[in-house]
Write a protein that binds this ligand. Structure first.
Ligand code: PMP
Length: 385
């Protein structure tokens, strides 16, 4: 059963091992870190820590080489062409801002249109609106159209408001509240071959295989900290066809060397476990949770109802399940669960302007979670039913 295999996986996470009574169910906020990632960082810092592209001595040169090597690994991890650009940033928020303010502003002209998601994470909305506001101050008017989304029915790419002046689409790969995935192939087909698509992969990177070439997107942005690496490191990948989008290697400042080392180790670890297995595991656990919740009367599960339908052929929730109790407030429920060692996210979820108006409880799963943890959560929830 895919829900029960990660015993050997879980034991590689020191914080989880030190807290056997705790079920960490908040991985969409940040993931826990496996020992190999911590070891890689410690080993780097205690053996050859130096700044990059600065020195005439081996530590600095090796640090520079590690950074270039990690860029290659990101390309391979994303199944992307060799000469595509990889630009290290703090995380997804910073990466999306970089695409918006370093690239999009110079790509758009007066009368252009862009399509952006108003129901997704505000990190994937505010930068595009900021870019448009900046252009407007320069007399360049750009129309912003919403990505069609209906919480009950998913993204509706058939209704994509494409026009002759549509010049850019921002999309989210896996929704951080509903857990449903964007069908990027259908999005590309609807958009046609030429409109640049930027994919926010904060909740999919490290959770499922991603092929930049197969998805045929132009930008992929992610955070390392949600995928076993340290906080403060992420990347923007840009397709070859967009040319050299960012300053070569960005050597004008000091890179987050330890973060980059952690990202390389995290990608190695994720690949060794296997992204298809990780994806199958978290989808199976999410399905177990939604099935359990649907048997209880007091809970309303948010998001795409199609994927909840009994016998639904495709489970399209990637390990994120968000719900409300009909009477108990979500914050109270969060505290009740925490007192039982069940660590979830409660309250609002940084959603854009078309997001949920009231708070909810989000459970998000990763490879170290187990079916027993989901069952423990369900038994506490059913006692409140
Ligand atoms: N986009 C999505 C879909 C997210 O889930 C998140 C994190 N919750 C972000 C963007 C922002 O990521 P970060 O905080 O790592 O910059």
């Amino acid at each position: 059963l895919e829900t029960s295999w990660p015993v050997g996986v879980r034991s590689q996470f020191p914080l989880l091992m030190a807290n056997p009574g705790v079920a960490y169910l908040d991985s969409a906020a940040t993931s826990q870190k496996p020992q190999v990632v911590l070891d890689a960082v410690m080993s780097y810092l205690t053996s050859e820590n130096a700044n990059a592209a600065r020195g005439t001595y081996p530590w600095a040169n090796r640090t520079t080489a590690r950074i270039e090597d990690t860029r290659d690994r990101v390309r391979r991890f994303l199944h992307a062409g060799d000469r595509s650009g990889v630009h290290f940033v703090d995380g997804t928020t910073a990466g999306l801002r970089t695409v918006a303010l370093d690239w999009l502003v110079s790509f758009l002209s007066d009368g252009d249109e862009i399509i952006v998601p108003f129901a997704d994470h505000s990190a994937n909305l505010v930068p595009w609106l900021d870019a448009v506001a900046l252009l407007e101050r320069q007399g360049v008017r750009v129309t912003v159209r919403p990505m069609p989304y209906d919480a009950a029915h998913d993204y509706d790419v058939a209704r994509l408001p494409i026009g002759p002046r549509t010049r850019f689409i921002a999309a989210t790969h896996v929704h951080h509240v509903y857990g449903n995935d964007m069908n990027v192939h259908r999005l590309r087909a609807a958009a046609g071959p030429d409109i640049p698509i930027c994919l926010d992969a904060a909740q999919s990177f490290g959770h499922m295989p991603i092929s930049a070439d197969a998805l045929d997107v132009d930008f992929i942005v992610f955070s390392g900290h949600k995928a076993m690496a340290l906080p403060g490191i992420g990347a923007v990948w840009a397709a070859n066809k967009r040319g050299p989008v960012f300053q070569p290697a960005g050597w004008s400042g000091s890179p987050n060397t330890a973060g980059i080392v952690s990202l390389a180790a995290a990608m190695d670890w994720l690949s060794s476990v296997g992204l298809p297995r990780i994806s199958a595991h978290i989808v199976a656990l999410g399905g177990r949770l939604t099935a359990g919740l649907s048997a209880l009367h007091s809970y309303e599960v948010l998001g795409c109802q199609d994927s909840l339908a009994a016998g639904s052929a495709v489970q399209r929730r990637h390990g994120i399940v968000t719900f409300r109790h009909r009477e108990i407030g979500s914050n109270d429920l969060g505290f009740i669960l925490a007192s039982d060692g069940l660590l979830v996210r409660a309250d609002g979820h940084c959603q854009g302007t078309e997001g949920e108006k009231t708070s909810s409880v989000r459970v998000s799963l990763h490879v170290y979670n187990t079916a027993e943890e989901v069952d423990r959560l369900l038994s506490v929830l059913s006692a409140l039913d």
